[in-house]
Design a protein around this ligand. Structure first.
Ligand code: SF4
Length: 229
């Protein structure tokens, strides 16, 4: 499965390659749109709940949390044990509950209210420093906040994207997810971050699966020119 190192690594080649992949994915799956009216704080909490679990469990945890504590203020004033119990379906409930409550406390202290609307007026790099400095908020979480909560050109790299990127050769084989975030940013065609992110995840779930990739059905198989298999 080792790919030979070579000119495929050149940055301009990779930009062309990623652009082509984005177009092929859109041709197959269409152009996904961002949900309108997404609240940045809701997105941040949802993304923390999504860590180390799947979408189904994340959604169950989030729905239980919102049904027991309709306002973020309620989460802050509740006992940690009650928050842990609410989000248990999402896994790592103790750690996530403490982190969520600490993040809410920090926001309240800074803004005197529980809202991240102030981020809308900030530059993305400033947001990465400010929100990325909170405990439990890694690069993927910040990029999700930027992309889904604030409509910025950001590119979260999750396990699907890391795997596919390596198989298709636009992420170096030994690179980890933390390093893959800054690596990907200059490779994304302008205005295509949401589309490429969501379509790659769809592709990873249906075709380029972790254990048994459906290579015979793969409409990106031509990209095997730089392929690791
Ligand atoms: S050919 Fe197979 S491994 Fe390669 S991208 Fe397609 S499904 Fe994934």
């Amino acid at each position: 499965m080792r790919r030979s190192e070579g000119p495929w690594q050149r940055h301009d080649d990779l930009k062309v390659k990623v652009k082509r992949i984005a177009l092929l994915l859109e041709r197959e799956y269409g152009v996904p749109q961002r949900e309108k009216g997404s609240d940045p704080l809701d997105i941040l909490i949802q993304t923390i709940l999504s860590q180390n679990t799947n979408d189904l469990n994340r959604d169950r945890a989030y729905e239980r949390l919102k049904s027991r504590f309709p306002l973020w203020e309620d989460v802050l004033s509740a006992k940690t044990e009650a928050v842990i119990s609410a989000i248990r379906p999402g896994g790592l409930a103790g750690q996530k509950a403490r982190r969520i409550r600490e993040i809410l406390r920090r926001i309240k202290k800074r803004e005197k209210k529980l809202s991240l609307s102030f981020l809308k007026g900030m530059d993305s790099e400033e947001i990465k420093k400010l929100i990325g400095g909170l405990k439990g908020v890694g690069p993927k979480t910040v990029h999700c906040l930027l992309l889904f909560g604030l409509g910025r050109d950001a590119f979260p790299v999750d396990t699907h994207i890391l795997r596919i990127g390596k198989r298709l050769g636009f992420i170096p084989e030994r690179m980890d997810a933390v390093k893959a975030h800054p690596w990907m940013v200059p490779l994304i065609p302008k205005g295509k971050s949401l589309s490429l992110h969501l379509n790659l995840i769809r592709f990873g779930r249906s075709i380029c699966k972790a254990r048994r990739p459906q290579c015979k059905e793969c409409f990106l198989a031509e990209e095997r020119l730089y392929h690791s298999q």
